[in-house]
Design a protein around this ligand. Structure first.
Ligand code: NAD
Length: 496
């Protein structure tokens, strides 16, 4: 059931309090399935970012000095507070961006708490002091300390998961965060604020200022920020990377993708088809790691085209809050227009639509696009090269394994990909030839304990896993002389 009550987020969250925005504007939040106003949010301005960065700076020394075991206990409480709000959060996201609720529960409802607990566990154990014997009798004590104030900027497609992939390791490392969520999905972002209050996190540890790209740019370049963690388009990522390069500011960039699913000539097709929704069309295709280019061996091309077409045609398109829905609406009217333009471009370039290709005639409201399959696609076509970010698949024929690998790698992106083969060893060998940060063999799914990120235009750096924690730490080497009484041959008492 959806309620007709408007969800109001009239304030920004700065220094542990909800406060009126200093130079904000109010914006309506439109529900993707109904095109109705479902809430109102305040979008902050530069002065709000300044206030949030000041609060984060004020909080960073105390937070980083909290002993890791105490920090971990507080993070456990934070995870529990996020869990307690999981259902409400999942629904808020689905209403804003159209994500089918069953998937939203997993990635928006439960993943944030899971990630916070995972990083709490990573810092809980006693870490022995790392004193390394030097080559010349001396010693170095290697310290890992919090990088400081983190600017976290997130897109609308997985707003909770992507924010948690930054907030959880940053807080565990002892950093404080200013989160700037996307205007399309700002309402759910306040879960991180309310849970921070419930858990008793100190003021300034988590700060939230929704806003558009100008506000995002202001945050990225802010002198009080020590590190930027960004997820979004490659175009925005390149601009942010330039700014961070100029400022020599550490940055993690998780960007776009155009990944390939390679089906080998002996593929067990039902194995792929059973997972195609989660692997190639998750969140109605609005997912950076979707395997949207399906590479099919010529020997089985027609069979694969028919089977993929039948499966995609069978998907239930509907209200994202309906448990049975597999494909929801896309996030906005503008995004739907963009996807439909890509479909027209595919048609015009000679690709063959085998199902879909328009908006569903059964829906008079909501930003729906029919799940669409293009066959006879050449990898040089726009639909095979650019990230469509909607429910559109391209099936590309290949002659042999080398050609399949060449097509998969012939992309400016390198985020993900999948291999479908009965022979796991062959799958791993093929995966090792793919130029992307992650590859799945007969499966694809982010694992909180394993690093995730891109190559080429898909980004720089890694999130998740212990690598995701390292991204929020800086190392310092403290050089110490040889222990008393030991023979030293350092410069000064040099024997070399
Ligand atoms: P977007 O780049 O337009 O916006 C993302 C966020 O960045 C928003 O909060 C936006 O306000 C902000 N922003 C935009 N330009 C900015 C700038 N110059 N400086 C600072 N902030 C700026 O992306 P989107 O349309 O919201 O999201 C879709 C994109 O995100 C797709 O390309 C998708 O592949 C990518 N994505 C990548 C991953 C990943 O982990 N690699 C995950 C999800 C989405």
């Amino acid at each position: 059931m959806r309620t007709s009550e408007l969800v109001e987020a009239a304030e920004v969250f700065v220094g542990g309090r909800f406060v009126p925005a200093i130079d904000g504007t109010r914006a309506d939040v439109i529900e993707a399935a109904t095109e109705q106003v479902m809430g109102r949010v305040v979008l902050g301005g530069p002065a709000d970012i300044d206030a949030a960065v000041t609060a984060a700076r004020a909080g960073t020394r105390a937070w980083s000095a909290v002993p890791p075991a105490t920090r971990a206990a507080l993070l456990d409480r934070y995870a529990a507070a996020l869990d307690a709000r999981a259902e409400e959060t999942a629904r808020d996201v689905s209403r804003q961006n159209g994500m089918p609720i069953t998937w939203s529960r997993v990635v928006n409802g439960h993943l944030p708490g899971t990630l916070v607990r995972y990083y709490a566990d990573l810092i809980r154990g006693e870490v022995p002091v790392d004193v390394r014997p030097g080559l010349r009798g001396v010693r170095t004590r290697v310290e890992h300390r919090a990088v400081g104030v983190v600017a976290a900027i997130t897109p609308w497609n997985y707003p909770q998961a992507l924010a948690a992939m930054k907030i959880a390791p940053a807080l565990a490392a002892g950093c404080t965060v200013v989160l700037k969520p996307s205007p399309e999905t700002s309402l759910d972002a306040y879960t991180f604020a309310q849970a921070a209050l419930d858990a008793g996190l100190p003021p300034g540890v988590v700060n939230i200022v929704p806003g558009g790209r100008e506000v995002g740019s202001h945050l990225v370049a802010h002198p009080g920020v020590d590190k930027v963690a960004f997820t979004g388009s490659s175009a925005a990522g390149k601009q942010i990377g330039e700014t961070c390069g100029r400022l020599l500011r550490p940055v993690t960039l998780e960007l776009g993708g155009k990944s390939a699913a390679i089906l080998t000539e002996d593929v067990d097709l039902p194995t792929y088809l059973k997972k195609i929704l989660r692997v190639s069309l998750p969140n109605t295709g609005q997912t950076c790691h979707s395997s949207t280019r399906i590479l099919a061996p010529r020997s089985r091309y027609r069979e694969i085209v028919d089977a993929v077409t039948d499966t995609v045609r069978s998907f239930r398109v509907g209200d994202p809050l309906d448990e049975r829905t597999q494909i929801g609406p896309v996030v906005t009217a503008a995004h739907r227009a963009r996807i439909l333009n890509y479909i027209e471009a595919g048609r015009a370039s000679g690709a063959r639509i085998t199902t879909g290709g328009s908006t569903p005639t059964t829906k008079d409201r909501g930003w729906y696009v029919e799940p669409t399959v293009f066959a006879d696609v050449d990898n040089s076509m726009t639909v095979a090269r650019e990230e469509i970010f909607g429910p559109v698949l391209c099936i590309i024929p290949y002659a042999d394994e080398d050609e399949a690998v060449a097509i998969a790698n012939d992309s400016e992106y390198g985020l993900a990909g999948t291999i479908w083969t009965p022979d796991e060893e062959r799958g791993i060998a093929l995966a090792q030839r793919i130029e992307s940060g992650t590859v799945g063999v007969n499966h694809y799914g982010l694992d909180p304990a394993a690093p995730f990120g891109g190559m080429k235009s898909s980004g720089i750096g890694r999130e998740l896993g212990p690598e995701g924690l390292n991204a929020y730490l800086v190392t310092q080497s403290i050089y110490l002389p040889a222990p008393r009484g030991a023979r030293s041959n350092t410069v000064g008492g040099d024997r070399t």
